[in-house]
Design a protein around this ligand. Structure first.
Ligand code: PEP
Ligand code: MN
Length: 357
């Protein structure tokens, strides 16, 4: 689908009804009717508009709690009736969609693992045909692939589902990180350049994997990047939660956090400056991780050269890669001076490492 057509097909009316930020909160998983009712009643409706609870839980390994299943839908429906909050749950196949709709669940979200599977998303989209009023949120796929994420939206739009939104819940990373799922603000920035009309919600709970980092991520999303909403897990008794216990907070803590977030005054020019710095920091952190990786390989190369008695510095190779890099850099608008400077340093460090072996 042409990106402009795609962007213009998105219906933002559902989210524009709410004051910003739209806040979706509730436990990772529904455990009992009493647990979700107690949590929902403690959420302040002037700050939280949508109640979430997972009833089918995608777990990485089997033999963990995989959700309470179908009976949780009745509980969610009761929460909706009692509190007046809209209710939301995750769906991962056509049967889930059918059941959730039969219990009037207002918002359905497609989880990160499902977004990564075109077959699953297509099955969900097909099952929604004729349900044009349904709100569907699509979490980012677990790996940072914009096309796959946009593809999921296209599959839904293809079936007439226009009340859409996306959730940035961070991305799987193999490197050690303070995050459970690495946020990627640069990628989200590009995503919003392609689809500026799509409502964007941030899920600091699944990004952080802990309670402590939630406020910072929420601030970055809301103040610096002007996200439309937040999804934050809350539980009436977080320490005894059946899933994601370490990242859930009490409704009282959530309220404190939201007050702190919306009460803080951020100058627009300062926001802009800070958001650009966040981009730069993110790129620098990636550069450092790549440098460490490069140095590790240098070491292996040194060991190999030593065992095979190969000379460390090979001028021909150096000349040919430098030529290649300068050309590559020129095409990307990077000055020769910068590239040469950086690569001379890297190369020298590599030689030093190898000489030490
Ligand atoms: C969740 O929201 O509880 C969940 C399982 O999310 P994700 O798909 O982001 O892992
Ligand atoms: Mn969770």
């Amino acid at each position: 689908m042409e990106k402009d057509i795609l962007n213009n097909s998105i219906d933002r009316s559902w989210i524009e009804k709410f004051d910003k930020p739209l806040t979706i909160s509730g436990p990772c998983s529904a455990e009992s009717e009493q647990q979700i009712m107690e949590t929902a009643k403690k959420l302040d409706p002037s700050y939280v508009q949508v109640f979430r609870a997972g009833i089918w839980k995608p777990r990485t390994r089997p033999n963990n709690f995989e959700g309470i299943g179908e009976r949780g839908l009745k509980w969610l429906n009761n929460v909706k009736k009692r509190t007046g909050l809209m209710v939301a749950t995750e769906i991962a196949n056509a049967e889930h969609v059918k059941l959730a709709l039969s219990f009037d669940i207002d918002v359905l979200w497609i989880g990160a693992r499902s977004t990564a599977s075109p077959f699953t998303v297509q099955e969900i989209a097909d099952s929604l045909e004729g349900k044009e009023d349904q709100i569907i949120l699509v979490k980012n796929p677990i790996h940072p692939d914009i096309e796959l994420w946009i593809g999921a939206l296209e599959r839904l739009l293809g079936k007439g589902i226009r009340k859409l939104g996306v959730i940035h819940r961070g991305f799987y990373t193999y490197k050690t990180s303070k995050y459970r799922n690495q946020p990627n603000w640069n990628l989200l920035f590009s995503f919003r350049n392609i689809l500026p009309r799509i409502p964007v919600i941030c899920d600091p709970s699944h990004i952080c994997g802990n309670k402590e980092g939630i406020l910072d991520i929420a601030k970055t999303a809301y103040h610096y990047f002007k996200y439309d909403g937040l999804m934050i897990e809350s539980h009436c008794d977080p320490d005894h939660a059946w899933s994601d216990a370490q990242q859930q907070i009490t409704p009282e803590k959530l309220l404190e956090l939201l007050k702190q977030l919306t009460g803080s005054n951020h100058e627009t020019h300062q926001n802009h400056l800070d958001s650009l710095r966040i981009f730069i920091d993110e790129i620098d952190e990636n550069l450092i991780a790549l440098l460490a990786k490069r140095m590790k390989i240098s070491k292996k190369l040194g060991t190999f050269k030593k065992s095979e008695d190969i000379t460390i510095f090979q001028p021909n190779r150096w000349d040919s890669i430098m030529k290649k890099y300068l050309k590559l850099g020129k095409n990307l608008g990077i000055s020769e001076e910068l590239l040469e400077g950086v690569f001379k340093l890297l190369h020298q460090e590599s030689i030093n490492i190898q000489n030490r072996i």
